[in-house]
Ligand binder design. Structure first.
Ligand code: SF4
Ligand code: SF4
Length: 234
């Protein structure tokens, strides 16, 4: 286990790197704070000696998100294509940043695994990713999960994409607790065209029928309605 001097040194290294990464938010989930959780289990499955998860986020522009629609008709020009291009661009930037973080720590002999913004391997049978970026982001204090099952950040609301880097470097946590204001809103439950969202039990952050959401998104050629209509960060 690293002593506090080593932790401070590596955390300063990450701080110095932040401006070069050129992303909107950088946070750290220290695995020591998450013993026995699914975050720890899934992280250690991918990198057995991991100590920290660095989470990177970039804003999705509202100008582009607002043009999206699940009403796509085959053969018509669709503004959804603009969103796809935008997401590809952001994914590229985030993935590069995740690799840059990994490179920095690997140069110090610390094994690190960059996870690109395109997402982790996904088990379609259970609609379950091998590693959840949004849960890691919540653990790193980037925001709070909302009733639409997405991360809500203070500055950009749900309009963010994420990438991560798992690392053996022990880093200072950036964990912060935010209030969830969903109970006084409920807009996403009303707006979801697949009726995939419902009010969660108090012990749960959200209740989503992932199969209903996924089939609707596939058939419609994409859907971002819950993200688009969430009033947080707008
Ligand atoms: S639309 Fe309202 S209820 Fe849904 S996630 Fe956003 S704030 Fe929460
Ligand atoms: S992406 Fe679309 S279908 Fe899925 S939960 Fe959000 S609004 Fe509903």
């Amino acid at each position: 286990m690293a002593d506090s001097h080593e932790i401070n040194t590596r955390s300063s290294l990450l701080k110095e790197l932040e401006s070069e990464l050129d992303v909107d938010i950088v946070g750290v989930a220290a695995l020591g704070d998450w013993k026995g959780t699914r975050l720890e289990e899934t992280t250690l499955r991918l990198l057995p000696q991991a100590k920290s998860v660095v989470v990177l986020a970039m804003e999705i522009y509202p100008e582009i998100l607002d043009l999206t629609s699940p009403e796509r008709i085959t053969g018509t020009a669709s503004a959804n294509d603009l969103y796809a291009q935008h997401a590809n661009y952001i994914n590229g930037r985030l993935s590069k940043a995740a690799y840059d973080v990994a490179k920095t720590f690997r140069q110090s002999g610390l094994r690190s695994l960059p996870l690109s913004a395109a997402g982790c391997p996904y088990d379609a049978r259970f609609q379950e990713a091998a590693f959840s970026f949004k849960h890691a982001a919540e653990a790193a204090g980037l925001g709070k999960l909302g009733w639409h099952s997405l991360l809500i950040t203070p500055d950009f609301g749900s309009r963010v994409r994420l990438a991560c880097c798992l690392t053996e470097a022990e880093l200072e946590s950036t964990r912060t607790d935010f209030n969830n204001e969903c109970a006084s809103c409920g807009i996403c439950l009303e707006i979801c065209p697949a009726k995939a969202l419902s009010e969660p039990e108090t012990s749960q952050p959200y209740a989503i029928n992932k199969y209903a959401c996924c089939s609707f998104c596939s058939a419609a050629g994409g859907c971002s309605e819950c993200m688009k209509h969430c009033p947080r960060g707008r």
